[in-house]
Design a protein around this ligand. Structure first.
Ligand SMILES: [Fe+2]
Ligand SMILES: [Fe+2]
Length: 141
């Protein structure tokens, strides 16, 4: 599976969030790289945990920002983050059980999720913030 390359078009125009999304992409690429290795199940375990920890940190920051700017879709957005965490936990279980193709499924899920969540759902709050005139260097906390 190919590495996922950050493109300028991925930017939401919110400095701190864009940096976090780039870091998240780095973790995702680590997962892709490990999943392509010959000992994928063992190797992927630690790197999935790194991705999960970073995703948790990012979600906490993003949810705080959405509350701060009074984003109307805040509640729904949070639920989408929780759903992601549940889905990853389930797929991770399949990886631990040694189920066939579980690592590949998890990695392709992460790729699809990134495209849909970051580039579509996150983009919605960025457009809202832009319309409201928030500064791109807004501090999250
Ligand atoms: Fe995000
Ligand atoms: Fe999000």
């Amino acid at each position: 599976m190919d590495q996922f390359v950050w493109k300028p078009g991925f930017a939401l125009g919110i400095t701190e969030i864009d940096l976090q999304h780039q870091t998240l992409l780095k973790y995702l690429n680590e997962c892709i790289r490990y999943a392509s290795g010959h000992d994928a199940i063992v190797d992927t375990h630690g790197i999935i945990n790194d991705l999960k920890s970073y995703a948790r940190l990012h979600f906490t920051a993003e949810e705080a920002l959405l509350r701060k700017v009074g984003y109307p879709g805040s509640e729904e957005h949070q639920q989408r983050h929780r759903l992601f965490e549940e889905q990853v936990a389930q797929m991770e279980q399949a990886v631990s059980n040694g189920e066939k193709h579980a690592v590949t499924s998890l990695v392709s899920f992460l790729r699809d999720w990134y495209m849909q969540h970051v580039l579509v759902e996150d983009k919605r709050y960025a457009e809202y913030m832009q319309a409201k005139g928030y500064d791109k260097n807004i501090s999250i906390w």
